[in-house]
Write a protein that binds this ligand. Structure first.
Ligand SMILES: *Cc1c(COP(=O)(O)O)cnc(C)c1O
Length: 463
């Protein structure tokens, strides 16, 4: 029987287990002469003394830098083909009032995908016209709230929503702009194009069904058709899937132009980032250029003008700006069947603050950040404290072999889909989120307390 590899081929023993490569870690990270690390100019010891662990740290400068960089890369690419790009930050990657304010100040729009996310965005005070609402099963209450708030776009995911949104807008005497999410049948993750088959998943409307639905939308006085939308997946490194989706969308877009206006084309998000030394993302700029070239070529061959473009990056904006700090508890050398040893390093959080390893087999990177060590690197697995063997935070990496109880370790690139996928499993308290910038730390989401956990238990409520 083939034995499971103890480590993946992309992982090599580091020459220096104290380095924090910029491709993976936020730019504003430094080590002082004692070897302790600072994020955004704030020492790890100060962060843990003030806020404890586990702790989500968001480097505000890094966030703003990548939001600007992603925005301008997409806009430059669009300009190259004579268009422009509206950029929606995909809020589900990480959403809090403070982050919506950063996005607002930087001039990006925002996407939400539930009533709760909409409530956060509205509470932050961003102009509702700059909000897009997604979701494959929006409730009547969610649609009602979005329409009355005046959100700039609702993305229709199934036929039944056309009548629901139109009725709601009619009752409120409003005209609601809508897009249609198209299931292009492009399978992004495997790069296998299912040329004819509909993909077996829940999102979007099959290409062949779209023209009739657009005709229906156009016939309704309380809806305004903005154009087509496609989002083919997430953490994508290859542009082939985007390019194929763009071709299919433009063909459909051109067909719809024969019977009425189609002002925009929304190509979604999904741009991948580097989580570990094996990842080699081409970057948003390179991917965007391939995508717009495909759009321009398809528009030329269909004989239609290039539409205004929209994109929805989440991870590419927030991913690398976040790190999670944990305190090491127990360390255990586990002998594997082939005589090799893997050091299991247990931390004070786990799948409740970072579900991605358990959910997607995601591979993160970790470093010891409370001190330097000249200990020989040991192959480790960083695991949480939950009652699941799949409760893994960092599946494969090295830490100094002398890593021990009380050390603080950091996990890189946890800005996207960690806080937002958090849970209370085993009644752990969800950690706080702290923003760091220019040597200052600011609490932006407080941590849960035991009182929070008990407060929902109806049997403890006095009446
Ligand atoms: C999740 C999502 C995105 C963002 O994906 P990223 O991989 O974070 O860029 C964009 N659009 C839609 C519709 C999504 O569901």
């Amino acid at each position: 029987m083939k034995q499971e590899q103890i480590k993946p081929a992309w992982l090599s023993e580091p020459e220096d287990n104290n380095d924090l490569p910029e491709r993976i870690w936020p730019s504003n990270v430094s080590r002082d002469s004692d070897g302790a690390v600072a994020f955004g100019g704030v020492a790890v010891s100060d962060l843990t003394a003030q806020f404890g662990t586990p702790l989500y740290v968001i480097d505000q400068t890094e966030f703003e830098h990548s939001a600007k960089a992603v925005h301008s890369a997409l806009d430059r690419a669009a300009k190259k083909i004579g268009s422009d790009a509206t950029v929606y930050y995909a809020g589900k990657a990480f959403l809090s009032v403070e982050v919506v304010r950063w996005i607002d100040k930087l001039g990006l729009n925002i996407d939400v995908s539930s009533g709760g996310e909409l409530a956060i965005a509205l509470a932050a005070g961003i102009d509702p016209k700059r909000i897009g609402l997604h979701g494959n099963n929006k409730s009547a209450a969610e649609i009602g709230r979005a329409v009355s708030a005046g959100v700039g776009a609702i993305v229709i995911d199934s036929e039944i929503e056309i009548e629901r949104i139109a009725a709601t807008a009619g009752a409120q005497d409003r005209i609601q702009p809508v897009r249609i999410r198209v299931n292009t049948g492009v399978h992004a993750d495997t790069h296998e194009f299912l040329a004819t088959a509909r993909e077996d998943q829940k999102f979007g409307i099959a290409i062949e069904d779209v023209p009739a639905l657009v005709a229906r939308i156009r016939s309704l006085n309380h809806l305004e058709f903005l154009g087509l939308h496609s989002h083919i997946g997430s953490q994508i490194f290859e542009t082939a899937g985007f390019v194929e989706a763009a071709k299919r969308l433009v063909k459909l877009h051109a067909e719809l132009l024969k019977t009425g206006p189609v002002p925009q084309l929304n190509l979604g998000g999904g741009f991948g980032i580097d989580y570990n030394e094996g990842d080699q993302s081409p970057g948003v700029e390179a991917m965007a250029l391939d995508i717009v070239d495909a759009v321009a070529a398809a528009c030329r061959s269909e004989g239609v003008p290039v539409p205004r473009l929209a994109f929805e990056p989440g991870r590419a904006i927030v991913g690398r700006s976040g790190v999670t700090l944990y305190t090491v508890g127990t360390v255990k050398d586990v002998r594997l069947t082939d005589g090799q040893v893997r050091k299991y390093v247990s931390v004070d959080g786990g799948m409740s603050d970072n579900l991605r390893a358990a959910l997607y087999q995601a591979e993160y990177s970790t470093r010891l950040v409370s001190r330097v060590s000249i200990g020989k690197p040991a192959l480790v697995r960083v695991v949480g404290k939950h009652c699941e063997s799949g409760d893994i935070v960092v599946r494969h990496d090295y830490l100094p072999g002398d890593v021990s109880n009380g050390d603080i370790i950091a996990v890189a690139a946890t800005g996207a889909y960690c806080f937002s996928l958090g849970s209370n499993y085993n009644y752990l308290q969800r950690p706080p989120v702290v923003a760091v910038a220019s040597g200052k730390a600011r609490l932006i989401v407080r941590g849960e307390t035991e009182a929070d956990l008990l407060s929902r238990d109806a049997c403890l409520q006095k009446d």
